[in-house]
Write a protein that binds this ligand. Structure first.
Ligand SMILES: [Fe+2]
Length: 296
């Protein structure tokens, strides 16, 4: 599991204020091979308009730095923002990849959204489905996939050199951990995922997928495993699985459904593509009434 090498990647973070998402461009400084992790498509829920401002900033960075994008990596099918992976791919190339657990997520939400045979829950919307331990080559750096279930069943983390991209598992130490009440979520699994992270060297740089800037501080994206082990408010050294699960489940019962869960999921299970246009040339999203929030 420890694939740390002497070559360490450069990491450029991009903050998306409306969703609190961090997108990363991770690159091998020697060969300029790069991966984009969790790119965002702008979406205004009031008007239904999508936009590429956030993605264009990532594209501009990759072009200015002369990077060759090999991968566009999702940590999971996000419920709070739409992915811009296909747009990025059209501009920069790269293989769009996600954890192989996406097939289960697709099957669940195919039912939720009442999708027909035109939608297959087989992961074929992605260029590559990744399993625990898979290699993600990036020039002279070989990234590793770490299956990280708990928040969702398709969650994966990516370890490039000393940089660990944890997706929705741990947040910054003052923010704790991701919720585990979505379909396929499981607090005990998230605890075990975090213990696998904690077995890595303490100096490992940790890059979070979200930061909601508690207390009005500046948004932050980077910490270390040592800092997490010492100070994470939900799961640090000494917190037992039972204590964590009780805290997590209690807290999850108080959380609202994310604002963009319905638009996000039905785009993200399609690999970030909008639903196929109807005969009038327009793509439509579906809103199932009185479904989300009851057992799926
Ligand atoms: Fe998430």
């Amino acid at each position: 599991m420890n694939s740390q090498s002497s070559v360490q990647p450069s990491v450029a973070p991009f903050h998306h204020p409306t969703s609190g998402t961090w997108t990363y461009v991770v690159a091998d400084p020697g060969t300029r091979a790069a991966a984009v992790i969790d790119p965002v498509l702008d979406y205004d829920w009031r008007s239904g308009r999508t936009g590429t401002r956030a993605a264009d900033a990532v594209i501009g960075h990759c072009r200015d730095a002369g990077l060759e994008v090999r991968w566009i990596l999702e940590t999971h099918a996000h419920a709070d923002h739409l992915s811009s992976a296909p747009y990025l791919q059209s501009q920069l190339g790269g293989v769009i990849a996600i954890g192989q657990g996406i097939r289960k997520v697709q099957a669940t939400f195919k039912r939720v959204f009442g999708l027909g045979d035109e939608f297959t829950a087989d992961g074929s919307q992605f260029g590559r489905l990744l399993a625990d331990g898979d290699a993600v080559p990036l020039g002279d750096i070989t990234g590793r996939v770490i299956a990280s279930p708990g928040h969702t069943s398709d969650s994966v983390a990516y370890l490039f050199g000393d940089a660990l991209f944890v997706g929705d598992t741990l947040f910054m130490p003052d923010s704790g951990s991701a919720r585990c009440d979505f379909p396929g979520g499981d607090a005990a699994e998230l605890y075990r995922t975090v213990q696998r992270f904690f077995a890595l060297p303490g100096a490992t740089r940790v890059f979070v997928c979200h930061d909601y800037a508690p207390g009005g501080r500046e948004p932050r994206c980077e910490t270390t495993l040592a800092e997490q082990r010492a100070a994470n408010i939900h799961v640090r050294d000494g917190v037992t699985e039972q204590d964590y699960v009780e805290m997590r489940n209690r807290r999850d019962a108080t959380l609202d459904v994310p604002n963009l869960i319905l638009p996000s999921i039905q785009v993200n299970i399609r690999g970030g593509r909008l639903p196929p246009p109807e005969p009038d040339g327009v793509s439509y999203l579906r809103i199932p009434l009185d479904v989300v929030g009851r057992p799926l």
